[in-house]
Design a protein around this ligand. Structure first.
Ligand code: DP6
Length: 335
């Protein structure tokens, strides 16, 4: 059988018995990749070339309610605004609902979703968005599925969403199967209560190129891309070991190197791809300066201009002096 999102979802869902759909609300946290997912071995299934690792952001994420309605068309609200049927977001959300409708019958939904994190500015809102939508629809039909299926179904909406189905450190194994049944995220059995993530928002404007397009462009054209999977694998191994030992210095260095290697790989694409603004560079330099002055802080960035800072609780005072407006999240405390 051909592997597409519909056939993969069907395989997972046909083992379950749905109840009559009811209104259901779910929440999923956003996640920040510490070792990035960049490049797909299968674009239709969002199957990655490399493993990745993230930290979930506690109360920063997406709340989604799905409500069964009469009629044929879904009605979608995002951040209190109706989403037009011509909008690509409408298309992606209805496509995701079709994964379930193909098994459980035609049913339209009102989907009401709001983010507690900026939408489409490299702040991982599509990850929490698809994870919350997946959990909401699973809840609406009262499906009893293993966590791996939640993660796989979320991945079919957006790759990084497969890591937003849980809290703490989430490890997404790329897997090798063509149908991706072994490509899902699981939590690392490890807490780091003093770890903090600071979001340094430079802009909340929608980015000019989506991660989806940027990733494809990089794999197709970057002269550095062939090196990426092996570097990412090394970073991942070192980051996991550092987490286990709670070795913040190694952790921070590896996470920052992974992010900068990722941005360098994009810059080596043609036409070049750069998500930074002049302000981004200024803030990167301010992190490096802070470190020279003894502050234990490291940075990471996704496909956008904003920075995420990593530090431990004993650095908060110094950090707040440098970045008074920093939005600080305690991933292991604010769950
Ligand atoms: C830079 O998960 O948004 O945030 O699978 O095409 O929906 P699609 O891409 P998406 O890409 C996220 C890329 C990243 C790195 C990461 O989260 O690992």
């Amino acid at each position: 059988m051909k592997n597409n999102a519909m056939s993969v979802a069907k395989k997972l869902l046909q083992k379950t018995v749905p109840l009559a759909p009811k209104t259901y609300t779910a929440y999923a946290p956003a996640n920040i990749a510490l070792c990035k997912y960049w490049g797909k071995r299968n674009t239709a299934l969002n199957l990655p070339i490399n493993d990745s690792l993230s930290i979930s952001l506690g109360k920063k994420g997406t709340h989604t309610t799905v409500e069964p309605i009469e009629g044929l068309k879904d009605i979608i609200f995002l951040n209190h605004q109706p989403v037009l049927k011509t909008d690509i977001t409408y298309h992606y959300i209805t496509q995701h609902l079709h994964l379930f409708r193909q098994c459980f019958g035609q049913q339209a939904f009102r989907v009401i979703s709001h983010n507690t994190i900026a939408t489409a500015a490299g702040l991982a809102s599509s990850a929490s968005g698809f994870a919350a939508l997946t959990q909401a629809i699973i809840g609406s039909y009262g499906l009893s599925l293993p966590q791996s299926s939640h993660s796989i179904l979320a991945r079919l909406g957006s790759g990084s969403a497969c890591r937003s189905i849980g809290y703490g450190f989430m490890w997404w194994q790329a897997g090798t199967r063509l149908d991706g049944q072994d490509s899902f995220a699981t939590p690392l059995d490890c807490q780091w209560p003093t770890l903090q993530v600071g979001i340094l928002t430079i802009t909340t404007q929608k980015k000019h190129i989506s991660s989806r397009e940027g990733m494809q462009h990089t794999t197709n054209t970057s002269i550095l891309y062939p090196r990426w999977p092996q570097e990412a694998a090394k970073h991942l191994q070192a980051i996991k070991a550092a987490i286990k030992q709670q070795d913040f210095k190694t952790f921070g260095e590896q996470v920052e190197q992974n992010a900068l290697t990722f941005h360098a790989t994009m810059l080596a694409s043609w036409p070049p791809l750069c998500y930074w603004t002049p302000d981004t560079l200024q803030h990167i330099q301010s992190v490096w300066r802070a470190r020279e002055n003894g502050v234990k802080v490291y940075l990471t960035m996704d496909a956008g201009p904003n920075l995420k800072l990593l530090f431990e609780s004993n650095q908060v005072k110094a950090i707040k002096q440098i970045w008074p407006n920093l939005d600080i999240i305690q991933p292991f405390v604010s769950i």
